[in-house]
Design a protein around this ligand. Structure first.
Ligand SMILES: NC(=O)c1ccc[n+]([C@@H]2O[C@H](COP(=O)([O-])OP(=O)(O)OC[C@H]3O[C@@H](n4cnc5c(N)ncnc54)[C@H](O)[C@@H]3O)[C@@H](O)[C@H]2O)c1
Ligand SMILES: O=C(O)C[C@H](O)C(=O)O
Ligand SMILES: [Mg+2]
Length: 675
């Protein structure tokens, strides 16, 4: 083997040249994707570890030398688990170049965006006035990583046997401290251990964190706007230190998971969602912005708590409420017109209204309505495949949805659209909707307008022996549904009787989705589902459960039916397409992409969603699908140097490449001080 790699590392203005090198190399090596990927890997490694290198040659005289370099590059620069997670870059460029900062000395050590702790090399300590402010020995990134993981494992060991809430909060604290100290290291451990850490920074622990947020609060993160800031928001928005913001997650804390109104304490939700954006979609953490809009709370316990850190007043209502949201949206849009805004955990009465109000004006979506719908639809299509039926049979599935709120109605909206596409608008889906008052029919009075299209005709219901307000057990017994899907927020509502009734389902492989969060609010546990409804079911839950041991070597697979599989890709795809709004079409392809991700063999094993370990790859695929839809609908206006025409000319593969090469990956960039 004689291979010479020409390396050129020029200043960031020549990024396109470097990209050209790699793209060119891709064309030359199109017959050998592996070799191309390996070369790209070495490129990124060289450019990050030797940023001062200008031009050079790397000469590989033997396959062994090549293999060793590739392995080292992959491990050091990318820490890859699989070759799919290959293309990593920062700030929209292929190579994470030097990072310009305007601080020096201890200010840098106190800024988690730039801090490297003991990892600052000596030259940087000199340049940035850090000498003497740190212990003398330089500790490598890998050593820092190992040291953190060791502390984490010993915390696990030391808290063994303690109540779950104590252990969970202790884990959240240790991660949160790292987050506050050194974001690069934090996001690396998060990405590499996403399966273990997602349940801490995301559901279920994030729910516990929200419940205790006033007591846990130590340092500010994100922005807080309150009813008291009316008239000031346009200037306040400029208090945020970053020039560019790509992704905003906004909540008013009114419906935090299934835990209800937690007021300002709901802030942990946007923070957790944005952590997932960094981990899954590679959004640069310097360009994310969690926002809490505190308009008061109707939670009496919080209002009476002297240590509550939010406004101690009842929630604003009506015009007063909407004018505050309007003002915030205007301020956000004025400063960062290209930022994507995700509405999260808004109570039902505002969720649909705000979505309709803003979705045509700015690039925003409501995750609970639209993200959840896409994930649920992907799972529902998976259950059709699990029954060995063609996808078009989805129109014939009997689906009972329990919970007629933002999430339940979002799911039904999307499922109806899917049926109309598959079987025509005249098709009559067999979907049944229940809320806390039971089955919703056309006889229901005071029904919310968003639920009207899904109220069952009373004649149809009576022919099944049901009536307005029939309870869940009756409905399951009479309908014998293929799918029972819970988005009610009520823990245990799929009780033993209801689950046993699912044994008489008309499906050879009934599906049970207990999608409410956090764990205690799930409609049933995984163990109960397999125990009472039978081993032949497919099961999904919003919060993670362990797989269930069914004995004789058999395992009941647990799927995490959570919108985390889609919102990162929806956000990233919308951002990189530069779409000025997020259309139904973009959301639909996101869902279809997730649905098609899983193979028939996996479906047969009861898997409806891929492992969260491949979340970056899933997100890249979903993001690319969203971009293609935005291009097809002529909504894409381009992003950075990539215009709409270039997007339109990219092949499917090139779009995935474009998305992955725009994902930020945590490595220490050389810091350069500028006054
Ligand atoms: N897995 C996910 O990705 C995901 C996504 C979004 C929401 N959720 C979960 O879904 C739940 C609901 O969220 P939402 O935004 O729709 O809330 P919501 O308050 O808008 O709606 C809740 C609905 O449940 C109904 N309900 C209450 N008690 C019931 C009962 N005993 N039987 C039947 N229905 C009952 C209510 O009438 C209401 O229609 C929450 O727990 C949330 O965490 C999960
Ligand atoms: O936050 C989650 O885990 C999912 C969803 O957005 C929810 O509100 O429950
Ligand atoms: Mg939510």
């Amino acid at each position: 083997m004689d291979l010479v790699l020409v390396v050129s590392s020029l200043p960031s203005s020549s990024i396109s040249q470097n990209s050209f090198n790699v793209f060119n190399c891709k064309k030359l090596l199109s017959h050998d994707r592996n070799l191309y990927i390996q070369i790209r890997c070495i490129y990124i490694y060289i450019h990050t570890t030797l940023p001062t290198l200008c031009r050079g040659f790397l000469y590989f005289s033997s396959p062994e030398m090549w293999r060793r370099t590739v392995a080292r590059s992959a491990a050091a620069a990318l820490n890859l688990r699989q070759s799919r997670r290959m293309s990593i870059a920062s700030s929209g460029s292929l190579i994470p170049g030097p990072c310009i900062i305007h601080k020096r000395g201890s200010d840098i050590l106190h800024d988690p965006w730039f801090n490297k702790d003991t990892g600052f090399p000596m030259t940087e300590r000199d340049r940035l006035g850090l000498r003497g402010l740190l212990p003398p020995r330089v500790i490598s990134f890998d050593q820092q990583y190992d040291r953190f993981m060791e502390s984490f494992r010993s915390l696990e060991h030391n808290t063994e046997g303690q109540p779950l809430s104590v252990v969970s909060l202790a884990k959240w604290r240790i991660l949160n401290r790292l987050h506050d100290r050194n974001e690069t290291l934090y996001y690396r451990v998060l990405i590499d251990n996403i399966k273990d850490f997602a349940p801490i920074i995301y559901t279920p622990t994030v729910g516990l964190v929200c419940q205790n947020y006033s007591g846990l609060y130590r340092r500010p993160r994100g922005m807080y706007f309150s009813a008291k800031d009316k008239g000031e928001m346009m200037s306040m928005i400029y208090n945020w230190p970053a020039k560019q913001v790509d992704m905003v997650v906004l909540t008013d804390g009114s419906r935090i998971l299934g835990l209800g109104d937690l007021g300002v304490q709901g802030m942990a939700i946007p923070i957790g969602k944005l952590d997932m954006y960094v981990a899954a979609a590679g959004i640069n953490p310097q360009r994310i912005l969690p926002i809490m809009l505190d308009v008061g709370t109707n939670n009496q316990k919080l209002l009476e708590n002297p240590l509550y850190i939010g406004l101690r007043q009842p929630r604003l209502e009506g015009e007063e409420y909407i004018s505050v949201v309007d003002e915030l949206m205007e301020a956000l849009h004025a400063r960062w017109p290209k930022a994507i805004v995700q509405f999260e955990d808004f109570q039902f009465k505002w969720a649909f209204e705000t979505l309709e109000r803003y979705r045509k004006k700015i690039c925003m979506f409501n995750d609970d309505i639209q993200g959840t719908a896409g994930v649920a639809l992907a799972g529902l299509l998976g259950t059709v495949r699990a029954q060995g039926l063609p996808l078009s049979d989805f129109a014939k599935q009997k689906i009972v949805v329990v919970g007629a709120g933002s999430a339940g109605l979002g799911v039904l909206n999307m499922a109806f659209q899917a049926v109309a596409r598959m079987a025509g608008t005249a098709a009559k889906p067999q979907f049944f909707l229940l809320d806390k008052n039971g089955l919703i029919t056309t006889e229901r009075t005071g029904i919310d307008s968003a639920a009207v299209p899904f109220a069952k005709a009373i004649g149809e219901v009576e022919s099944l022996g049901l009536h307005e307000g029939s309870d869940l057990l009756e409905v399951v017994e009479k309908v014998k549904p293929h799918v029972l899907l819970g988005l009610s927020g009520v823990g245990g509502v799929f009780n033993e009787h209801v689950l046993k009734a699912m044994r008489n389902s008309d499906s050879p492989k009934p599906a049970i989705f207990a999608m409410s969060n956090p764990t205690l609010n799930a409609e049933c546990t995984a163990v109960d589902a397999f125990k009472h409804a039978g081993e032949n079911i497919v099961f999904g839950s919003g919060s993670p459960f362990e797989n269930v041991d069914l004995g004789n070597g058999k395992v009941g697979h647990v799927n995490q039916a959570n919108n985390m599989y889609l919102f990162p890709g929806i956000g990233l795809g919308s951002l990189l397409s530069g779409a000025h709004l997020i259309s139904d079409g973009m959301l639909q392809v996101a869902s279809e992409c997730l649905a098609s991700y899983i193979t028939d063999e996996e479906i047969q094993m009861g898997r409806l969603y891929p492992s969260i370990d491949s979340i970056r790859h899933i997100t890249a695929e979903v993001g690319a699908a969203v971009i293609r839809a935005a291009v097809a609908e002529e909504l894409a206006e381009g992003h950075g140097e990539v215009g709409p025409r270039e997007l339109a000319h990219m092949s499917k593969e090139e779009i995935v490449e474009y998305v992955t090469s725009n994902m930020w990956y945590p490595i220490y960039s050389p810091l350069v001080h500028e006054k």
